[in-house]
Design a protein around this ligand. Structure first.
Ligand SMILES: [Ca+2]
Ligand SMILES: [Ca+2]
Length: 427
């Protein structure tokens, strides 16, 4: 719980490379003064980014507009930008045997740290269902949500901040399944109809803006299957604070390098799906909107080849998997859209094409993938005709992994930059 006992006087030191400033500071936020233990604020080198180092050596890189709530969060003893599994988010803490009948969890608070309702089963890895062996992605246990069943957990958050939820889910029957994820008043129904990874598990991201100090995270199966054993399996529920980046003079697009995004579960090797049609301001991939029918996949350099930095997106579902952002532009001005196209080193092999759009201008960038990593860069030069230009990318083709013909894959996109050209030369 947030307590005022953590609060002391803040000592903030600002390094601007040459000069050093030091002063005492108190933060006024949400109509109250907050004092924070001594900390150091460093200019991170990038414009608009500071590194905040607190007395306990915890550190965070945050944008100027976001660092205030971040500092307040630290001062309140909430820890730095929460990220990681929820309490018992991997379900490895089991209910008491007396609270179970077979696999069914009997009491609403029998599953440690969670509150459940409806038919929730506690599944052990290797358990059989008909001919199918149930595999669990993290540890030895997961839960299954039957018809209309849900799991719920309260998490302390900072009012006004954005958070993304990541969780893994697997279908257990052939039917299309959906999951309703909500933190009141936001909710979305995420479809799980397409299989992206070979073992049946995929991870999904969803984001919300906190409107209270304690968020109640609910994952609900709205299904009404005839066979109650057909509900989806859930494991590894995690949360991460998001710091929506802003456009800068080095890039008119926000989060063009995709470095800010949902939590990637360290033990999973299949990336995180960013579901389609979520409003931009609630996107788990800040700045970007997935505009098509199907998800795009968020990948990290721990498990995949990434052209730049640690994160990128994989366009996994052909033309049904488009990602877009609307940029502010000046009509008549010349712009260059730079981006990198490659493959994630995930056995996704073949001739690929990424189509980029800037308003009505378009370019097709071919890429021959050997499925072993690599990328090329491309530029789309255009003259803006409106004050808002829609930038969009998709993959022309569907591609399947050459080691697994049931898994969709595709070209990856990274390092997207939009800049106005001051003195355009002929290209
Ligand atoms: Ca688990
Ligand atoms: Ca990147």
């Amino acid at each position: 719980m947030a307590t005022r006992s953590h609060l002391g006087r803040v000592r903030v030191r600002v390094h601007d490379g040459v000069k050093k400033k030091r002063w005492r500071w108190r933060w006024r936020w949400r109509r109250r003064w907050l004092k924070i233990e001594k900390g150091v604020v460093r200019d991170g080198g990038d414009r608009g980014v500071v590194t905040v180092v607190m007395a306990n050596n915890a550190a965070a890189k945050v944008g100027y507009r976001q660092w205030l709530p971040e500092l307040v969060g630290m001062g309140l003893g909430l820890g730095l930008g929460i990220r990681g599994l929820l309490g018992n988010g991997n379900f490895e803490l089991s209910p008491n045997p007396s609270d179970m009948k077979g696999t069914v969890v009997l009491r609403h608070n029998a599953l440690p740290k969670w509150e459940i309702s409806g038919l929730v089963e506690y599944i052990k890895s290797g358990q059989k269902q008909g001919d199918m062996l149930l595999i669990v992605p993290e540890g030895a246990f997961a839960v299954r949500l039957g018809n209309e069943a849900s799991i719920k957990q309260r998490v302390q958050v900072i009012n006004g901040m954005y958070y993304s939820i990541t969780f893994s889910a697997a279908r257990t029957c052939a039917q299309e399944e959906r999951l309703n994820v909500s933190v009141a008043p936001d909710s979305s129904v995420l479809p799980m109809q397409t299989l992206y990874s070979s073992n049946g598990w995929d991870s999904y991201a969803w984001a919300f803006q906190a409107e209270v100090d304690v968020a109640e995270i609910v994952i609900h199966n709205p299904g009404k299957e005839e066979d109650p054993a057909c509900g989806p399996l859930i494991d590894s529920v995690a949360i991460k604070a998001l710091y929506p980046p802003r456009a800068t003079n080095k890039n008119i697009l926000k989060n063009g390098d995709f470095e800010e995004g949902p939590y990637v579960l360290p033990n999973t090797s299949w990336g995180v799906l960013i579901p389609p049609n979520i409003e931009d301001d609630h996107s788990p991939l800040p700045g970007w909107k997935v505009e098509s029918l199907k998800a795009v996949k968020y990948i990290d350099s721990d498990h995949f080849s990434v052209p730049q930095g640690k994160r990128a997106v994989e366009l996994v579902a052909g033309k049904e998997s488009a990602i877009a952002q609307v940029a502010r532009t000046v009509p008549g001005k010349v712009y260059d859209l730079f981006f990198a196209v490659g493959d994630a080193s995930n056995a996704c092999e073949g001739s690929m094409i990424v189509e980029a759009f800037a308003g009505r201008n378009t370019i097709k960038v071919p890429y021959e993938s050997k499925g072993k990593g690599g990328y090329k860069r491309a530029i789309l030069r255009f003259v803006a005709t409106t004050t808002r230009t829609r930038i969009m990318f998709f993959s022309t083709f569907y591609t399947m992994r050459n080691d697994d013909f049931s898994s969709l894959c595709g070209p990856i996109l990274d390092d997207v930059k939009l800049l106005s050209v001051h003195k355009p030369r002929r290209m």
